[in-house]
Ligand binder design. Structure first.
Ligand code: UDP
Length: 335
């Protein structure tokens, strides 16, 4: 199978790209390298380009003779989406419209889309199944839900098989310590917490301690990035031009912000000072997956079920690459 991976130099996209290659699949990243890192992409597997450039995308799809697209490229920060919704709407919705038109032009009939548990929003019921009502709580989540509907509409009108994967919180780093999480600016909890024992910050700020959860801090379902990647591999294998599917991808276990900090303390052996702060706008109290459909229907089994093992992979990466990908040399010639 030949797959074009938009956002394939990003954190989750590059993990999936490398997983596809490890399974013998002919996969190529398409990325503008604004958030992505050429260093995360294996040799000769990167096409540099903008999602909004429909012509360049169409040419890339034709060049790699793509049978399918995995679509990761997106703006992903909840807080940023509240401050700058224009960027999120144009990037996520405008960019996907460009991609869908390029796929039509190139005759590509299969697609996996990185959606998010954030589309479920404020639901009081956890764990969340795929039929949980979607009431997105932030501009970011609303862009993702809108894209889900764009894909459904294109599928009906033009014929397109799709699987929507609603991720919970991608986390961790590759088990060989070579590839990890590196955003600029970094907004995600685990890399921020690990920055304290690395000496990059003196404390972690906890956003909100008055949530209706046992310790008052937000609960999330942290799924290892390589387990996300294996879900993509199973999902693309099951996606035909007639498929219209949705799966949650999460472990089914929730961890509070406080529990994540404690796991980081156990893994690093260091005390991590905390500062209590107000809630971050756009954050729902608790997001935990019911992953039973993915397990039953596609046989998915996460390798990482203990949060400390997830944190340990992240710690290994951050210790070896304290400045992120900056210190690594890119091995890929762009094509
Ligand atoms: N969080 C926090 N302090 C930080 C960063 C994040 O308390 O410095 C919280 C955030 O409010 C959320 C959880 O950690 O409840 C996970 O946030 P992250 O940005 O990692 O992922 P999100 O759930 O927003 O996709």
């Amino acid at each position: 199978m030949k797959i074009l991976v938009t956002g394939g130099a990003g954190y989750v996209g590059s993990a999936c790209l490398r997983y596809l290659l490890s399974q013998g699949c002919d996969a190529v990243a398409y990325d503008n390298l604004v958030q992505g890192h050429a260093q995360a992409v294996p040799q000769g597997r990167l096409i540099e380009g903008e999602l909004a450039d429909t012509e360049a995308l169409t040419a890339a799809l034709k060049k790699v003779k793509a049978d399918a697209v995995m679509h990761f490229a997106a703006a992903t920060c909840v807080g940023e989406s509240v401050e700058n919704p224009s960027y999120h709407y144009s990037n996520n919705i405008g960019g996907t419209l460009s991609l869908l038109n390029a796929m039509r032009a190139a005759g590509v009939k299969r697609m996996l889309f990185s959606s998010t548990c954030a589309t479920y929003g404020m639901t009081p019921k956890i764990p969340m199944s795929e039929s949980t009502p979607q009431e997105p709580f932030s501009p970011y989540a609303r862009t993702k839900l809108t894209v889900e509907w764009m894909i459904r509409d294109f599928a009906e009108a033009y014929g397109l098989g799709f699987t929507l994967l609603r991720y919970f919180n991608a986390s961790g780093a590759s088990s060989d310590g070579q590839f990890g999480e590196d955003h600029d600016p970094e907004n995600h909890l685990i890399p921020l917490v690990l920055g304290v024992p690395l000496g990059q910050r003196d404390k972690i700020t906890i956003f909100g301690t008055d949530y209706p959860t046992p310790d008052g801090t937000c609960i999330r379902d942290y799924v290892h990035v390589d387990d996300l990647a294996s879900a993509h591999w199973l999902a693309i294998g099951a996606t035909t031009p007639d498929t219209r599917e949705i799966f949650n991808v999460g472990t089914g276990n929730g961890q509070s912000v406080m529990q994540i900090i404690e796991a980081c303390e156990q893994v690093t052996g260091q005390t991590i000072p905390r500062e209590l702060a107000d809630r971050r706008p756009g954050d729902p109290p608790a997001l935990v997956a019911d992953p039973v459909k993915l397990k039953k229907q596609l046989g998915w089994q996460p390798r990482y079920t203990d949060i400390k093992d997830v944190v340990a992979t992240a710690w290994q990466w951050h210790q070896a690459n304290p400045a992120g990908y900056v210190s690594k040399e890119a091995s890929c010639a762009t094509i």
